[in-house]
Design a protein around this ligand. Structure first.
Ligand SMILES: *Cc1c(COP(=O)(O)O)cnc(C)c1O
Length: 333
């Protein structure tokens, strides 16, 4: 089994620099005022496909030989990885087929097609989309770009940790959205190397938190996939997980879960307090910070805002429900 080390993350940063943006790390005045601490927002939803996933995809695809690129790539995805792979494939001149389950929202499916990716719908869950992608890898000789459990993907995502800790070495804790753990694993690996005292927390939704359940069980376990506002965090961590399970176990200080109501409240918060549109997966850190169930003692914290690909109609519903719950008039929404 290969190893992920911080050096790989420095190398990845160089390799992907032409394709990604070094995104700003900005203080959130509203969260600072409300929580009485300094909270920075890592604006990685500003990447061109609307999520950080171009980092890993760029690192992986730039490692393929020209022969492999000629044959093309395939991926399975809850949406953002598929979009990132379609986009990077196009920029690097290769074909991409993206396998999605029927649970993936329409806006993400359209997004992939607009970027030139060919969408293949199969089944009701991530696992079925994955099977289809493996078939296409075999039948058509395509290179499968894994969504998280791969050294090149993890190193690519980890470049974000490097940007944060170099810009703000005084940050005492990082809140990172967590699904398969490519992002959390890569970020934790490099941040702990540079700044071992910085705490790293992973945040998932209560509905179907596979990494959380697996860490608790001491080995990768299956959880039932449920629908959630944080749809980009859906999916398992693979029973034969090779990298991210141990990276999280070794380097991550704690994991937290948030409810659908807490995610909804955080979406509302960003919309009204910061005028930012984010997707559910991106706001789980803020959801934990704003939840009365948790209290974080660190005074300087950074939140990774991982994506902005929310369906507009869903956001309008969520914001309307929150306003109604607060007793505000909602006729105009
Ligand atoms: C994929 C994704 C995550 C989680 O990344 P993992 O590497 O699977 O843990 C978080 N937020 C968004 C918006 C994503 O697309």
């Amino acid at each position: 089994m290969g190893r992920i080390n911080s050096l790989e993350i420095f190398r990845a940063r160089k390799r992907i620099a032409p394709y990604i943006h070094k995104t700003p790390l900005l203080p959130s005045l509203s969260l600072c005022a409300s929580l009485g601490k300094r909270v920075y927002l890592k604006m990685d939803m500003l990447q061109e496909t609307g999520s950080f996933k171009v980092r890993g995809a760029a690192n992986f695809i730039s490692h393929l030989s020209s022969k492999e690129r000629e044959r093309g790539v395939v991926a399975y995805s809850t949406g953002n990885h598929g979009k990132a792979v379609a986009y990077m494939a196009k920029r690097m001149g290769c074909k991409a087929k993206i396998c999605l389950s029927s649970l993936v929202p329409e806006n993400k499916r359209r997004g992939i097609e607009e970027l030139g990716g060919e969408v293949v719908i199969s089944g009701q869950a991530q696992d079925e989309a994955k099977e289809r992608a493996k078939e296409l890898e075999e039948e058509e000789g395509l290179s499968l770009v894994p969504p998280f459990d791969d050294p090149l993907i993890i190193s690519g995502q980890g470049t974000m940790g490097l940007e944060i800790i170099e810009e703000r070495p005084e940050v005492e804790a990082l809140l990172v959205p967590l699904s398969g753990g490519g992002l959390l694993g890569g970020v934790a690996q490099v941040v702990k190397r540079i700044s071992p005292q910085c705490r790293i927390y992973g945040i998932s939704m209560e509905r179907g938190a596979a990494m959380h359940a697996s860490q608790k069980a001491g080995c990768p376990v299956l959880v039932e996939e449920e629908s959630t506002l944080a749809d980009s965090l859906q999916g398992g961590i693979l029973l034969d997980n090779q990298y991210t399970f141990s990276l999280v176990r070794e380097h991550v200080d704690d994991l937290f879960l948030v409810t659908e109501e807490e995610i909804e409240r955080a979406l509302w918060w960003f919309f009204f307090q910061e005028n930012l549109i984010l997707e559910g997966a991106a706001v789980v850190g803020a959801a934990a910070l704003l939840s009365p169930r948790y209290s974080f003692k660190e005074k300087e914290m950074a939140l990774i805002l991982s994506g902005r690909n929310i369906d507009g109609k869903l956001l309008i519903d969520v914001v309307g429900r929150e306003r109604r719950a607060k007793g505000e008039i909602v006729d105009d929404l």
